[in-house]
Design a protein around this ligand. Structure first.
Ligand SMILES: N[C@@H](CCC[C@H](N)C(=O)O)C(=O)O
Length: 274
């Protein structure tokens, strides 16, 4: 059975999209996701995305990391499927309902309300008072923000000087984080600009991470380091994060704006990957 796919990316964070709204596509499990994501023997991507019709939203988006793990949120993929949809869309994810809207600057996504209750990463709340784990070396005083998926953020003098390929997997799999975690290393450039590199849970170093940009911006805003609207500069390019719309007495919703691109379309033979 031949399966159609769309190859897309947001600032170089790349996706294979199976569009179950218009094509007959298989259910995806961890093994199929990992096989398709493999850059040597599959199509190759950071995340595999499966869309399907659903009740209560325009469509449902499932997100699988390159290692096959299914996750709650992906900012860049939300912009990509927003582009594919071509009109404002309400999208159901494991992390909640998201809203994407085409704009003159690309696609804007309402990424929902950040969480600081640390239920997903229970011990992170106490991290400032814990002795930092030995394997984290000089990386200390992190903050942790959940934007549908969990992120830990370190603010450092020069993000480009950090050996994230070595430290990322150590922190991602630290026993502090039973569900593993996305690792963000950021440098504040000024009150409107942050430079960021991300080691993604289940995918490794990527050129951009939309949820990482949101989590890092929110973490920096809560520490009073930046204004409530910032540009986050990732290796693949910039994203604008706005958290200015606070509701009275409650954290407001995050808006992320940036580009999305369709690279090409193709088909694959399902039996080659099962
Ligand atoms: N690339 C994404 C995040 C994808 C999921 C992440 N690796 C996780 O495991 O939570 C983005 O743009 O947000």
């Amino acid at each position: 059975m031949r399966i159609p796919f769309v190859k897309m990316h947001g600032l170089g964070n790349d996706f294979v999209v199976l569009d179950g709204r218009v094509d007959a596509v298989p259910d995806v499990d961890a093994a199929l996701a990992a096989a398709l994501a493999d850059r040597h023997t599959g199509i190759g991507c950071d995340q595999l995305i499966r869309l399907s019709p659903c009740e209560g939203a325009d469509f449902r988006m499932q997100i699988f990391n390159a290692d096959g793990s299914e996750v709650e949120a992906c900012g860049n993929a939300t912009r990509a499927v927003g582009l594919l949809h071509g009109a404002p869309a309400t999208i159901l994810t494991l992390g909640g309902l998201l809203q994407s809207t085409p704009t003159a600057d690309g696609i804007a996504v309402d990424m929902g309300v950040p969480r600081f209750d640390w239920e997903v990463i229970p011990l992170a709340y106490a991290m400032d008072t814990l002795t930092m784990p030995v394997g984290w070396e000089h990386l200390d005083a992190p903050t942790a923000v959940n934007v549908g998926n969990p992120h830990v953020i370190f603010f450092v003098r020069d993000t480009d000087a950090e050996d994230l390929a070595r430290l990322g997997p150590i922190i991602e799999t630290d026993p502090l984080f039973p569900a593993r975690i996305n690792v963000n290393v950021a440098t504040i450039l000024d009150r409107q600009n942050i430079r960021l590199r991300v080691w993604e849970r289940g995918a490794g170093l990527t050129r951009a991470c939309g949820t990482g940009a949101c989590a890092t911006a929110i973490g920096a805003m809560r520490r009073g380091l930046v204004d409530r609207r910032v540009t986050v500069h990732l290796p693949g390019g910039p994203l604008v994060i706005d958290w200015s719309a606070d509701a009275p007495g409650a954290p407001g919703r995050i808006t992320m704006t940036g580009p999305a691109t369709e690279a090409f379309r193709g088909t694959f033979e399902l039996s080659d990957y099962q």
